[in-house]
Design a binder for this molecule. Structure first.
Ligand SMILES: [Fe+2]
Ligand SMILES: [Fe+2]
Ligand SMILES: [Fe+2]
Ligand SMILES: [Fe+2]
Length: 410
């Protein structure tokens, strides 16, 4: 079973749209203009695909809120940081990808010598620069006419490769600009995205990267998504469940909706007030909304039902009719929270953790067979989690070191 690339990219950008409401539109506009230039120049299909993927994901640094205000600026040196961050993020978390080199240079003017750490500037990264500038110009000016865009581009034409600029100013390019302005471009973009499928193995790499965005946003819940996923997969294997793939994806992204919860609540170092807790609870609805883009009902349900209880007293819907996989991820979520340190509590001992889990079973909140499996395999699960912790921190350090190395080479 392959997944359409477009579903994954849309999920990604709708997750960070929770931080900046213009991100989805901006990324899709950049992707569409990039696609139009590639088509006008008949670029080969692999380069085209890499450019479209990087167009969707080029502003991933939006997940770091201190970069947010650089996204609306052009021609400032501040952009370097977010380009480097985007590059390092995907270079580390989606290994062997061929698209992140374009993200690194997506603001670089034509003929630039701003080479980072001896990494060649790919010619085509200037397509992203051109597309990005148009989208930002449109964002900053309401109801812009096509002539204004042409004027804007002509006034700064030395920044763009003339081949790409001419492609956009040609009759075919003008058609694309018209589609951009009347919003009919989405159909063209979706049609392209429908043609491209992603193998499950690559899908998982993207999803792991996506889970990292959340785990980076909130250091307190750091690694939580990965731990829930580890326990869910281990349990699914114990029970020989046929839908391990969906469980893995759904558990990795179960809390992705927390992207929409303000940092002041997410990182609060004490218990939440009832009002704050109501806002926190909204994360499951956001998870549902973001993951709906994946068009996979099973994954969406596994992810967004993780706070439902067997007795119907959970949230958001208070349903009790849950599949075994949904029940399993709900238990893995509680188990992970108990053994992890949180802003308002320390990690619990084995005895205390088991006592709380059994108490939840007693209250008819969670499934007893799943809890028994945890008790049976407790030490093994904790061991596996220690290994995961080590891997996670190694990856994090790799990412930080790469970023610092590149930054110091500027
Ligand atoms: Fe950018
Ligand atoms: Fe951008
Ligand atoms: Fe949650
Ligand atoms: Fe969770």
């Amino acid at each position: 079973m392959d997944t359409k690339l477009r579903y994954i990219l849309n999920t990604f950008i709708s997750a960070y749209n929770k931080l900046d409401k213009d991100i989805v539109i901006h990324c899709k506009e950049v992707a569409f203009l990039t696609l139009s230039i590639c088509d006008a120049l008949s670029l080969d299909k692999d380069t085209k695909k890499d450019l479209i993927v990087s167009a969707y994901l080029h502003d991933i640094s939006a997940s770091k809120t201190n970069f947010l205000d650089t996204l609306r600026k052009f021609d400032t040196v501040e952009y370097h940081e977010h380009c480097l961050y985007g590059y390092v993020f995907f270079d580390t978390l989606v290994p062997s990808n061929t698209f992140c080199k374009y993200i690194l240079y997506h603001h670089e003017p034509y003929n630039s010598n701003n080479v980072v750490n001896n990494m060649e500037i790919p010619l085509e990264s200037n397509i992203l620069k051109l597309a990005d500038d148009i989208s930002i110009f449109k964002l900053l000016n309401n109801n812009i006419a096509i002539d204004k865009i042409r004027e804007f581009l002509n006034s700064r034409k030395n920044l763009y490769n003339p081949i790409y600029l001419n492609a956009l100013l040609s009759p075919k390019g003008s058609e694309a600009l018209k589609k951009l302005l009347d919003n009919s471009y989405l159909e063209t973009l979706d049609n392209y995205g429908d043609e491209i499928s992603v193998r499950n193995i690559d899908f998982i790499k993207f999803v792991e990267a996506m889970a990292f965005i959340l785990d980076f946003k909130c250091e307190i819940t750091n690694i939580h998504s990965q731990t829930v996923s580890l326990f869910s997969v281990l349990l699914a294997k114990e029970f020989n469940l046929p839908d391990i793939f969906e469980i893995r994806i759904g558990s990795l992204l179960h809390d992705i909706g927390k992207m929409g919860v303000p940092d002041s609540i997410l990182k609060k170092p004490s218990y939440l007030t009832p009002e704050e807790f109501d806002i926190m609870k909204k994360h499951v609805e956001y998870t549902y909304e973001i993951l709906s883009n994946l068009k996979n009902e099973k994954i969406v349900k596994i992810a967004s039902n993780h706070h439902e209880k067997l007795n119907g007293k959970g949230y958001p819907r208070g349903i009790s009719d849950l599949s075994f996989s949904e029940k399993l991820v709900a238990v893995a979520d509680i188990f992970a929270a108990l053994i992890q340190k949180r802003s308002y509590k320390n990690q619990y001992s084995k005895e205390k953790t088991i006592e709380i889990l059994l108490n939840c079973v007693h209250n008819d909140e969670i499934d007893s067979t799943i809890v028994n499996k945890i008790i049976e395999n407790y030490d093994y699960f904790i061991d596996m989690n220690l290994k995961l912790n080590e891997e996670f921190h190694n990856k994090l350090n790799l990412l930080k070191n790469k970023y610092e190395l590149l930054f110091s080479s500027l």
